[in-house]
Design a binder for this molecule. Structure first.
Ligand code: ZN
Length: 137
């Protein structure tokens, strides 16, 4: 079986993936300028501040946009096409690109919630329309 393509977490990415392994979605806020920061970084991209606070998202958001991918980008995903990928605006003010489950019910503006799936040694966030009870694993 093909193994999934996964990143090798470095620096702040380790904090993100450690939390994801516990089904928690994290982001940062800047103590200097108050901005929401995502992905996790060492410096605020808005003001250069070095004091970034790790926060936990509710995982609730809405679909900003989405696309359907009919050709697998990697052999591991060959059995998962068509695959719906979405830009999700989280309620805390950051945007995340992720896969959607139960994509038949999705449109721009659909309220969604994060669910986590194992991918190799990591867990990755996916989103599904709110109110669905399917176990994503
Ligand atoms: Zn800042």
């Amino acid at each position: 079986m093909t193994t999934p393509p996964t990143p090798t977490p470095r620096g702040e990415e380790r904090l993100y993936f450690d939390a994801a392994a516990e089904n928690r979605l994290t982001y940062q806020t800047c103590d200097t300028c108050g901005s929401t920061v995502f992905y996790l970084r060492a410096l605020c991209p808005h003001c250069g501040g070095e004091s970034l606070r790790l926060r936990e998202s509710t995982g609730l958001g809405t679909v900003y946009s989405y696309t359907v991918q009919y050709r697998a980008s990697h052999p591991y995903f060959a059995g998962e096409t068509p695959m719906t990928l979405a830009l999700v605006d989280l309620d805390e003010g950051f945007r995340l690109l992720a896969g959607l489950t139960e994509a038949d019910d999705v449109a721009v503006g659909t309220p969604v919630e994060a669910v986590f799936r194992d991918s190799g040694d990591l867990a990755l966030p996916y989103f599904r329309p709110r109110g669905h009870e399917e176990d994503p694993k």
